[in-house]
Design a protein around this ligand. Structure first.
Ligand code: ADP
Length: 265
């Protein structure tokens, strides 16, 4: 059994660079393959929660903008447009495999206010009981400064905690954690297992990888810290090759595993 085949409940986070071309428009081939594999995990009996980035990037593409906006209202407008398109695509693709999706948009105050947190947990749990795949994103219309999670890596780890997940799977534009930023150093090598997040591990994160990506490696390591502190492991895979999810399922050595699966399983 692998860390993935073992897990009953899985939060999957997918980054902008996986979902979109450099033009900002949706990478249809990639997203179709990803949905197919996730639908298969669902068919294998997993509870699935998808945290999807990409709303701003898709909105930028929809509006034919030459580059990503820098001012907050335009980013929020792009997110509102792109979120709608993203959900339409997920709904359409998952329904081909007879799976239903639901949209959940969150702001940071849900972790600070008990009543709100409880409402969010109730919604997640009922959706999972109803066999629906919640698709989560930050509520960009409301989320400015003190209300924001900041990045979807952190958001996905917080969602993992809220739904008591068995595993957090982050799909990025890179094969996993390297000993240094592979976009800058040709001799960087992949680290397959990180049992704990030490200061030395945090120091390995360089800058972000692409114009459309937002977090870079540091937010993925922060997510791993939250995951491990809350008793579930995290795996970082390359979203450019969604079939790596099958390799992980089959127990092959792929990506970077943070922590171990021992506590929950
Ligand atoms: P995503 O949009 O998938 O969230 P990001 O671009 O935000 O992806 O983050 C992944 C990027 O982090 C990689 O493409 C890489 O350039 C950068 N990075 C920095 N340091 C490292 C490291 N030590 N190992 C792997 N990637 C790193």
């Amino acid at each position: 059994m692998s860390i993935l085949s073992h897990a009953k409940r899985i939060v999957v986070k997918v980054g902008t660079s996986t979902l979109t071309h450099s033009t900002g428009l949706l990478n249809i081939r990639k997203i179709e393959l990803l949905v197919k594999i996730l639908a298969d995990l669902k068919n294998a009996g997993k509870d699935l929660i998808l945290v999807s980035s990409g709303a701003i990037g898709v909105g930028v593409g929809e509006l034919n903008m030459k580059q990503r906006p820098t001012d907050t209202p335009t980013k929020q407008a792009c997110a509102a447009i792109g979120q709608c398109e993203l959900m339409y695509i997920y709904d359409k693709l998952f329904s081909q495999y007879n799976h239903k999706v639901a949209q959940i948009l969150l702001t940071r105050d849900i972790i600070e206010q008990d009543k709100r947190k409880q409402n969010v947990q109730n919604t997640f749990h009922r959706l999972l009981e109803l066999n629906v795949i919640p698709v989560v994103n930050e509520n960009d219309t409301v989320s400015v400064e003190e209300l924001e999670f900041g990045d979807n890596d952190t958001l996905s780890a917080i969602v993992g905690t809220l739904v008591e997940t068995d595993l957090l799977l982050i799909l990025s534009d890179i094969d996993g954690l390297y000993n240094k930023n592979p976009k800058q150093f040709a001799d960087a090598h992949l680290i397959h297992h990180v049992p704990n997040i030490s200061q030395e591990i945090l120091a390995l994160a360089g800058g972000k990888g692409s114009a459309l990506g937002t977090g870079g490696m540091i937010t993925k390591l922060n997510a791993a810290q939250i995951a491990l502190a809350n008793g579930f492991p995290m795996v970082l895979l390359n979203g450019k090759h969604p079939e790596q999810i099958y390799q992980l399922y089959d127990g092959e050595t792929v990506g970077t595993i943070f922590g171990t699966s021992e506590r929950r399983l």
